[in-house]
Ligand binder design. Structure first.
Ligand code: ADP
Ligand code: MG
Length: 632
């Protein structure tokens, strides 16, 4: 479509160029035409008056050739006959009067081959000549007429020429106008092309927009449907909400009354908790503030040796039987039995869990604000460390990790009643009456010295000791590991040192119930005592003798202290050993004490076993003054 105007314009362009060519063609013709009128007149005059100028006219008026052809040819034809030329010329020279009288006797024309006059017949010849002149005159007349006609034709032609010139001018003007127009149109064409390409783009856009619009329409329709559904749902939900709001109001009312109840019950719970503590303590006191448990380690190969007998009916007695051979050999062997009874006797099959269940009540007391002290007494290899710390696996865990776990759990529960607890752990070794921090993690060369200090409010602390904040069982297990590492380093330096030192794990417990304005503070002590075996004085010397003296001194002093406390003596020799000095806060009036006496079942341990059981039963017989919780 767009091409059509272009080709049309081309055509116009071609036409105009061809017309311009014609115009060029016309131009010389115009010039020729304009020059023509001038020579016409002289030519006509020459024709009539004389034949002298025709050649000039012939060269200067090419357009009048036909005119000249008629006239001049006629005139020129005459001179070809030499005779006639001369006579005409002479006649003209004589006076111009060429009108001769026609010679009737001139029957022949020069051209025709009529009868030839005689030489003498001048008259005839004259009449011939006259006839010829008449002919010529007639011819001239005709020629003049023709000339006139030609002139008028020429005038017509000239007017036509001028007309055509005007037309030409007009057409030239038109052409230039057309050209200008064409120029303008070519601009318009470019514009048109741009517009048409724009149109194309717009059409594409339009079609894409239309398709988009259709999509949007579909979407709108679906959304309208969705909207309707949502409106319906909304109305349903509004009604549900109204119902729920009503229910909420009821619930709020209920919550308010429940809150009141909760407050009331919290008060009751707190009162109950306080009562529970009192009752729990009463039970513990009835059980005795100092208790002794006996635990028999299994034989390495399993089972129990004959000399140890446990009562099948109860789990409180243990009998050591010794068969004495007759010295003479005649009498029967005599058997001597040593009976002991304790708060509880654990056989070789007892699990760590069972052992702990008995202690857990005391652990609860620690959390209630009573100091608790737990010792493991016995010869080396009897199971003291196993009872206190236990093995790596959960079921083998000893009293310390289990107690700590219970304390953390109970503290968490008490948290709901407004109690907040902080726990601080320390681990110290007493060797040769010297103190060693088992949680020390610095350089061995920079290990500090320690001293036991007693504050004004009777609190005992150790200088430079690591007091570690703990809040999880894992942290405590990590501390036990660290303590064991510290002990084993010392052990390699000194063979079997751990059995000749006491290790004391202490967990300081501080509880605050800000809402009730109640605080409690207590310490849980777990002591893995040095091996109680005795050596012959003759066998021990030097460092060993020093060790033995220290161990014997501290263990026997422990017995003396407990006895003094039981007898309510005014003076209790705490200061006689580092162990009792350190534990003075946890022993006596304000505490609950548990002693494990660990027994090795092997026959060759009989003597040591007997000693241990005797020591333990001495402690068991003591009654420590009634404990009171450390309330503030
Ligand atoms: P102590 O600390 O009194 O020197 P240990 O606790 O180290 O004695 O015990 C000595 C060995 O006997 C250890 O290998 C320990 O695992 C094992 N043992 C002690 N008591 C028991 C027990 N009740 N059940 C099983 N193995 C025990
Ligand atoms: Mg040990």
């Amino acid at each position: 479509m767009s091409r059509l105007p272009v080709s049309a314009s081309k055509r116009v362009l071609l036409t105009s160029s061809s017309s311009s060519e014609n115009g060029q063609d016309f131009a010389p013709a115009q010039k020729k035409i304009r020059k023509d009128p001038e020579p016409v007149k002289p030519h006509a005059a020459a024709t009539i008056i004389s034949g002298r100028r025709p050649p000039v006219a012939a060269t200067r008026a090419p357009i009048s050739r036909p005119v000249r052809g008629v006239g001049a040819a006629t005139v020129a034809g005459v001179p070809s006959r030499g005779v006639l030329k001369q006579s005409v010329a002479s006649t003209a020279a004589k006076g111009g009067n060429v009108k001769p009288t026609a010679a009737p006797t001139a029957p022949k024309t020069g051209a025709g081959g009529g009868t030839k006059r005689h030489a003498w017949d001048f008259k005839g010849k004259v009449s011939d000549m006259e006839g010829k002149i008449r002919n010529y005159q007639t011819k001239v007349k005709t020629t003049n007429q023709e000339n006139e006609e030609l002139r008028s034709t020429m005038a017509q032609t000239q007017s036509r020429v001028s007309e055509m010139e005007k037309k030409l001018e007009k057409q030239t003007r038109q052409i230039s106008e057309y050209e200008a127009e064409l120029q303008a149109l070519s601009g318009v064409r470019d514009e048109l092309e741009t517009v048409s390409s724009d149109k194309c783009t717009l059409e594409k856009e339009l079609s894409s927009l239309e398709s988009k619009y259709k999509v949007v329409e579909t979407l709108r329709d679906s959304q309208e449907t969705e909207l309707q559904t949502l409106k319906m749902k909304l109305s349903v939900q509004e009604s549900t909400m109204a119902r729920l709001q009503a229910a909420l109001r009821d619930s709020e009312e209920e919550v308010r009354s429940l809150k009141d109840t909760v407050v009331q019950q919290k008060d009751e719970l707190h009162a109950g908790e306080m009562e529970r503590r009192q009752l729990h303590n009463a039970i513990q006191e009835l059980k005795g503030n100092i208790r002794v448990f006996c635990r028999v380690r299994p034989l390495v190969e399993g089972g129990l040796s004959k000399h140890i007998q446990l009562s099948p009916s109860d789990n409180k007695t243990i009998t050591l039987a010794k068969t004495e051979e007759s010295h003479t050999g005649k009498a029967a062997d005599t058997q001597k039995n040593y009976n002991f009874s304790f708060d509880r006797v654990f056989g070789p099959q007892s699990l760590q869990q069972e052992v702990f269940e008995e202690i857990s009540l005391l652990v609860q007391s620690a959390l209630d604000g009573y100091n608790v002290c737990c010792f493991a007494y016995g010869q080396t290899g009897s199971g003291k460390t196993y009872t206190m710390e236990g093995g790596e696996y959960d079921e083998c865990r000893g009293v310390i990790p289990r107690a700590v776990k219970q304390i953390f759990r109970a503290a968490e529960k008490l948290g709901t009643q407004g109690w907040e607890f902080t726990f601080t752990a320390s681990f110290v070794e007493i060797y040769n009456e010297g103190l060693r921090d088992l949680l020390y993690s610095g350089k061995a060369s920079k290990r500090p010295e320690h001293e036991i200090r007693k504050s004004a409010n009777n609190e005992v602390t150790i200088t430079n000791l690591t007091y570690q904040r703990v809040c999880s069982e894992d942290q405590v297990l990590h501390l036990i590991m660290l303590a064991n590492q510290n002990r084993s380093t010392a052990q390699t330096a000194q063979n079997d040192r751990s059995s000749r030192s006491h290790s004391v794990f202490q967990l300081d417990i501080e509880g605050v119930n800000a809402g009730r304005d109640v605080k409690c503070k207590s310490t849980l002590c777990m002591v893995d005592l040095a091996g109680s075996e005795r050596m012959l004085k003759s066998q021990s010397q030097g460092e060993r003798f020093k060790e033995m003296t220290a161990i014997n001194g501290s263990l026997s002093n422990l017995g003396i202290v407990i006895t003094a406390l039981a007898n309510k003596e005014s003076y209790v020799p705490y200061r006689n050993s580092k162990l009792t000095y350190l534990l003075q806060g946890c022993l006596g009036g304000n505490s609950k004490t548990l002693m494990f006496v660990n027994i090795a079942p092997e026959t060759d341990s009989f003597g040591e076993t007997l000693n241990s059981l005797r020591f333990a039963s001495k402690v068991n017989d003591c009654v420590i003054g009634t404990a009171s919780a450390n309330r503030k």
